[in-house]
Design a protein around this ligand. Structure first.
Ligand code: SF4
Ligand code: SF4
Length: 312
């Protein structure tokens, strides 16, 4: 993206405004100048960070504080310092991630095959990555739900947000920045969005567990008996009044629940690690489809509609 040029259209004569105006006029001209020359969108994290870098490097606070007592020549020199610093910083950071954290706050990375070493070296552990099997619901960058055609592995989000698990909001830093996943390295908020990875680039559970039969057999059995695509189709059939379709869903809910209990109780896995093996539970998946599954004290799942009045 080419840097925009300052046109001076903000005032009929900005130089006169600078020479004669008080510091509020200078501040307003500065704001407009930065907005024009910065390729980053005003209000974005990148813009805020760029601005801070430029103003710190140019000594903006001092300039602002002294502006009203500066003679015209001093004002011209101070303004030149601001503009030259802005040009230099913008050029130096043109195609560089400034680590503003905005993309980290809005999503966590989907893992690619290139990230396999991060799991092998335990930069990413079983507790920090979860599976999204075929048919699971992902959220698009625009915030819309999408049903996945292929499996994904994703870094966890901070519960209740879309923020990446590794992002420390208070310090605005990534805990694994030097070893961040490929998805993060491809982010380039300064230009066109990166192209979607090719399907064969995505990491999936097969890459991690196919060589471990006792784990892989469980994953494939669960995938078959709790297939989310089939769960969705079953709900459509139930909504159309096909009561007999409910058998699959009933079995799927109980198998999903039972297997998770075995993995946590007998294998000693955390709930998070189980979500890497099996994805999130069906009880968490169903609300995306407008239903809720509740386990009764007798240990039986009951399906309830969230919005419609469909009952079983
Ligand atoms: S790539 Fe992300 S973290 Fe880096 S500057 Fe852009 S929005 Fe900020
Ligand atoms: S891994 Fe790091 S760089 Fe990537 S989204 Fe998370 S916090 Fe941001």
């Amino acid at each position: 993206m080419r840097p925009k040029k300052f046109t001076g259209k903000i005032r009929t004569d900005p130089w006169e405004a600078l020479a004669r105006g008080p510091r509020e006029v200078m501040a307003s001209l500065w704001e407009e100048y930065l907005t024009e020359v910065s390729p980053a969108v005003k209000g974005s994290g990148r813009f805020r960070l760029l601005r801070r870098r430029i103003e710190d490097a140019a000594g903006y606070q001092d300039i602002f504080g002294q502006w009203n007592v500066l003679p015209p020549a001093g004002r011209a020199a101070a303004w030149r310092r601001l503009v030259e610093t802005a040009r230099r910083e913008l050029e130096a950071t043109r195609e560089v991630c400034l680590r503003c954290g905005e993309c980290c706050e809005n999503s966590s990375p989907t893992l690619l095959v290139a990230d396999l070493p991060l799991l092998q070296q335990e930069v990413l552990t079983w507790n920090e990555v979860y599976a999204m099997p075929v048919g699971d619901v992902a959220i698009s960058p625009e915030g819309k739900p999408i049903f996945l055609q292929e499996e994904r592995l994703k870094v966890r989000e901070v519960p209740g947000t879309r923020q990446c698990w590794f992002y420390q909001a208070a310090q605005r830093r990534c805990r694994i920045y030097e070893q961040r996943p490929e998805h993060c390295r491809r982010q380039q908020c300064w230009g066109e969005p990166p192209p979607e990875p090719e399907p064969e680039e995505f990491l999936h559970r097969g890459h991690l567990f196919r060589q471990i039969p006792e784990v892989w057999d469980l994953i494939t059995a669960h995938q078959e008996r709790c297939d989310r695509v089939k769960v969705r189709q079953t709900l459509t059939r139930l909504a159309a009044g096909e009561e007999e379709a409910g058998g699959f869903l009933f079995e799927a809910l109980h198998f999903d629940h039972h297997l998770r209990e075995v993995l946590t109780r007998e294998w000693g896995l955390t709930t998070a690690a189980v979500e890497l093996l099996l994805g999130r539970s069906l009880t968490e998946f169903l609300p995306h489809l407008g239903f809720r599954a509740k386990l009764t004290p007798e240990g039986v799942f009951k399906l309830e509609p969230r919005r419609s009045c469909l009952t079983r």
